[in-house]
Design a protein around this ligand. Structure first.
Ligand SMILES: *[C@@H]1O[C@H](CO)[C@@H](O)[C@H](O)[C@H]1NC(C)=O
Ligand SMILES: *[C@@H]1O[C@H](CO)[C@@H](O)[C@H](O)[C@H]1NC(C)=O
Length: 227
């Protein structure tokens, strides 16, 4: 009887592992060739982009100068500017499971609370002082983890956790980050709640946020048009 129970328990564990496998091993797929420079105009839909013919690419797909320049931090209300360097801007990273961003911050500027659904992020502050906040899931009791990160210091943001940066220094700040995905994706929390297209019905947000409809309408008015 005990033996039968053990076999059954082992079976259950095996099935659970099998069911979870896609979750446990979910990162960008492994490449099946040295490189696959993205054909951004390709019409075939795959998990990524189709490859340009290897003979048609030179050396330049391995390099990018895009992050040498600071973004203009005065051009939007956040006081920050994200220069993206994912597969859309750097076709050479297609299928390689990596990408980067540079983010510049005005004094008091913020990269608003957001989530990368497909990647863990590691980064380094190049100049200035950034308050970095990460909020754990319900598992952690919604714990708020934070630190003022300074030039040369590094950080890691676990995949899927909400986080933000805020320039608490007296000068502009800059950070460079990398992702374990060629296309990490970004879900801005304020925009997702108040600037979705079409909008989330106001009664839903009023109930969920425990405020009057007028407060929700005010917040929605701040995010029409994406900023
Ligand atoms: C970010 O900076 C670039 C380069 O200065 C500028 O062209 C762009 O409009 C800025 N983007 C936003 C959203 O502020
Ligand atoms: C500013 O933040 C909002 C979300 O709060 C986001 O939708 C928008 O893209 C951000 N703008 C820039 C230029 O980073």
């Amino acid at each position: 009887m005990a033996r039968c129970f053990k076999t059954l328990a082992a079976g259950v564990v095996f099935v659970v592992l099998l069911v979870q496998a896609p979750v446990l091993w979910a990162t960008d797929a492994d490449p099946l060739q040295d490189f696959c420079v993205a054909d951004l105009d390709g019409e075939v839909t795959v998990n990524g982009y189709p490859c340009k013919p290897a003979a048609s690419v030179g050396d330049e797909f391995l390099f990018s100068s895009r992050l040498t320049k600071a973004g203009d931090v005065t051009a939007n209300p956040n006081g920050s500017n994200v220069t993206e360097l994912d597969v859309a801007e750097w076709p050479g990273v297609n299928t390689l499971g990596v990408s980067m961003n540079r983010v510049d911050f005005a004094v008091g500027g913020t990269n608003p609370p957001h989530i990368h659904p497909r990647a863990t992020e590691v980064g380094m502050v190049l100049r200035g002082e950034l308050l970095l906040g990460i909020i754990g899931s319900l598992d952690s009791g919604n714990r708020y983890y934070s630190k003022v990160v300074r030039a040369g210091e590094t950080f890691v943001i676990p995949r899927g956790l909400m986080h933000f940066q805020y320039n608490v220094g007296k000068e502009e700040a800059t950070m460079v980050v990398s992702f374990n995905s060629q296309n990490p994706g970004i879900v801005f929390v304020p925009l997702t709640l108040f600037g979705s297209n079409p909008p989330i019905p106001t009664p839903v947000l009023a109930k969920a946020l425990r405020v009057d409809a007028g407060v929700v309408e005010l917040l929605k008015s701040k995010f029409t048009g994406g900023y």
